[in-house]
Write a protein that binds this ligand. Structure first.
Ligand code: ATP
Ligand code: MG
Length: 396
């Protein structure tokens, strides 16, 4: 059996809501650990996962995708007895030194957390005794301030263990604790990162994408599906809505001033996304917009685009530099998918000099030539396709 202890931090701040956040977190840990045969239980302020042997590496990868976790450790369970703790800590420390990557550790420290006050010694005394055993085993001096190797001892009423390594968790809040958001997802670099950040704050995402066949190809769709699959590691299974945008785009191109094309495309997208959100109970819309990155993202244009939606439009990347977004996209694992070449519907029929200061009056006048824009948005939605994105962690 392999045992992991998972830690969560920010949840403590949530006062009366804490049990709710803990339930969400537990549910999400079960999602990724259950398929590996993991048994998940809640200890006091911790989550414990018991796994059959042979899944430790896979478990680490999966736990790194569970928002709300601040860190996790593979631990060695020990009976709550000083001699047993000393022996186990010495063995763990020896193994940690042997497996150390890079220059060998030069110092160590033992830290004890004793939540079971029935244990007859106080934490500092336990640390001292265990520290003596560890020092002898690995022949290194202790350094209480900046140790290379940290040996942790935890004595809880349900579980006592020692461990030598903490892997960082992804932080944030458990997915599902905030609420559903309709995410306008293109095949670009930005919107998947926006999705990641929303998931990190506890939202669930309902991706919606717009394509213009035959101008956009199958590769554009595959890209968006692959991006969703990548995000599904954090989110679990989801449904992608694919909206056919060709006819509306052609109408805009035929009837409206070219300078306004992109703003008009965006307004139609937002209208359709809001209808989808209302139909599915999403509480907000979200985009990958970043201020002034492209012409459609000046403050004036963002305002003009946002006007068509009543639901809040969340823009997690609004203040990000492109380099910051790319850096995050690499870490999230969406970058390599996003940079695959493809034709995006918004790069079709785009003028050389797009408007950077669109006004409500100008776009409303332009849209009057399209007829009932709300009905057009509803039509797009009614003819859209749904694609099920499965949970990549549903199987071992
Ligand atoms: P991205 O890299 O996310 O495509 P971008 O910097 O290329 O962003 P734009 O292409 O102008 O910027 O798009 C701004 C936002 O509008 C996107 O982040 C996305 O939320 C939404 N969007 C653009 N095109 C589409 C599309 N085809 N389907 C769904 N949403 C889209
Ligand atoms: Mg784009």
């Amino acid at each position: 059996m392999t045992l992991f202890i998972l830690r969560y931090g920010e949840l403590f701040l949530k006062g009366g809501n804490r049990p709710f956040f803990e339930r969400c977190l537990l549910h999400n840990v079960k999602r990724v650990m259950g398929p590996l045969g993991g048994r998940v239980t809640r200890l006091h302020g911790r989550v414990e996962v018991e796994l059959p042997e042979g899944h430790a590496e896979e478990a680490r990868d999966r736990l790194g995708h569970v928002f709300g976790l601040t860190s996790f450790s593979r631990v060695t369970p020990v009976k709550p007895d000083l001699d047993a703790l000393m022996a186990a800590a010495a063995a763990e420390a020896r193994a940690a030194v042997a497996a150390w990557s890079g220059a060998s550790p030069r110092t160590f420290k033992v830290e004890t957390r004793r939540s079971d006050k029935r244990f007859p010694m106080k934490s500092p005394d336990i640390s001292r005794a265990v520290g003596a055993a560890v020092g002898e085993a690995i022949a290194l001096p202790a350094d209480l301030r900046r140790p290379d190797l940290l040996v942790e001892v935890e004595i809880g009423s349900q579980r006592t263990f020692v461990t030598t390594g903490r892997s960082p968790g992804p932080g944030g809040l458990p997915v599902g604790s905030a609420g559903p958001v309709q995410l306008l997802l293109s095949g670009g670099i930005d919107s998947p990162v926006a999705g990641y950040l929303l998931l990190k704050r506890g939202c669930t995402i309902r991706p919606i994408t717009f394509e213009s066949p035959p101008y956009t190809g199958e590769d554009a769709r595959t890209k968006v599906v692959d991006l969703c699959s990548r995000l599904a590691r954090y989110a679990g299974a989801m449904t992608l809505r694919i909206v056919r945008f060709t006819e509306v785009q052609l109408e805009i191109q035929r009837r409206c001033p070219p300078r306004l094309a992109v703003v008009l495309y965006r307004r139609m997208m937002l209208r359709a996304a809001e209808l989808a959100a209302r139909a599915e109970g999403a509480l907000a819309l979200a985009t990958g917009d970043s201020l002034a990155q492209v012409a459609s993202q000046t403050l004036e244009n963002l305002a003009c685009i946002g006007e068509v939606a009543c639901l809040p439009v969340l823009r997690p990347l609004v203040t990000f530099d492109k380099a910051e977004t790319i850096d995050l996209a690499r870490r999230v694992g969406t970058y390599d998918i996003s940079v695959r070449p493809h034709v995006d519907c918004c790069s079709l029929f785009v003028p050389d000099h797009p408007e950077t200061g669109a006004t409500s009056d100008a776009v409303i006048e332009a849209e009057a030539r399209l007829g009932d824009v709300q009905a057009l948005a509803q039509q797009m939605l009614d003819t859209s396709d749904l694609v099920q994105i499965s949970d990549p962690y549903a199987n071992p």
